[in-house]
Ligand binder design. Structure first.
Ligand code: NDP
Length: 273
């Protein structure tokens, strides 16, 4: 019988996780069933309990349930504690365990796939929602010279700055900052087709700009960054890498990601042409 996995979210029909995990499992001819589950708002906890009671071996969790998954876990990894959100669940010794693989996924994409150098770089993180909370702990291990956070609602940036012991700078004070080598857009502005209100001159020479969002076309932030001469990426590689981290957590085996990421990019180009 196939091992049973799932992703919980609402909405979830768009999720690429089944495709990614099935491709990982195929690399070693492993039979794996991975489904999408969209519980009603008030039924997330009971749906997770039923899934594991019925033999589910691992689950991913996405919006809007990551914080509730965190609250359900009896045992959590350090990075899940830092994020206060969980995207990877499994049972061990009869207890629900939780991890957060988003930050590791982002780092793996930037460093291994994109070959971006983070050591001694000045990094600006824009946004202060769940996604940014999920990546800051890992990002701070990458050897950057400084990680600075900004956000439309400045108080939220200040809260995270305090938790992670970094500096928060208001959007309208960014023009006074030394230019940044890397900007990570962790907001959902791109989802609304909006760019960020960043000042000219904020990017150093040969800068990198990463939008955690992914879609079929470059986001407004990526387009802005390209006009400033920066190298850009969307967040599809982060999605694949965070899945690889979950896969490793469940199966103790690290899948290859480069060819899959290329296939997914090629497929999305074909859809457009
Ligand atoms: P949240 O709703 O928790 O936070 C949204 C953030 O975006 C807040 O900081 C909010 O600012 C800011 N924001 C929203 N609209 C605008 C705007 N028009 N201009 C400026 N800032 C804005 O969302 P998440 O943190 O969960 O997700 C953020 C993004 O990260 C999403 O696009 C999501 O797709 C992506 N993501 C990608 C992953 C991947 O694997 N690639 C994994 C996880 C997330 P304010 O506080 O002022 O409201």
């Amino acid at each position: 019988m196939s091992a049973k996995y799932a992703v919980f979210g609402q909405p979830i029909a768009h999720s690429k996780s089944p495709q990614i995990h099935e491709a990982f499992a195929a690399q070693r001819s492993q039979a794996l069933k991975y489904e999408r589950i969209a519980p009603n708002e008030d039924e997330f906890e009971s749906a997770v309990e039923a899934f594991f009671a019925e033999g589910g071996q691992g689950a991913n969790v996405t919006l809007p349930f990551k914080e509730r998954a965190y609250a359900m876990c009896k045992v959590r990894t350090e990075r899940a504690e830092q994020a206060q959100a969980v995207n990877t669940l499994w049972m061990e010794n009869g207890q629900l365990h939780g991890d957060n693989t988003d930050g590791a996924g982002l780092l793996a994409d930037m460093i291994r796939n994109l070959n971006w150098k983070l050591i001694n770089k000045r990094i600006l993180v824009v946004g202060a929602g769940g996604a940014v909370r999920g990546i800051l702990g890992c990002l701070l291990t990458a050897g950057a010279q400084e990680v600075v956070i900004t956000n439309r609602t400045f108080e939220r940036a200040e809260e995270l700055a305090q938790q992670f012991n970094i500096r928060a700078v208001a959007l309208d004070a960014l023009a006074e900052e030394t230019p940044f080598n890397i900007i990570i857009n962790g907001t959902s502005a791109s989802l609304a087709g909006e760019s960020l209100a960043l000042p000219l001159g904020i990017l150093a020479d040969s800068a990198y700009c990463y939008d955690m969002m992914y879609g079929e076309e470059p986001t407004p932030f990526m387009q802005w960054a390209q006009t400033q001469g920066a190298e850009v990426s969307d967040g599809l590689g982060m999605l694949v890498q965070q899945a690889a981290e979950s896969f490793y957590r469940w199966h103790g085996w690290r899948p290859a990601t480069v060819a899959l990421l290329k296939d997914m990019r090629d497929a999305s180009t074909e859809t457009l042409s």
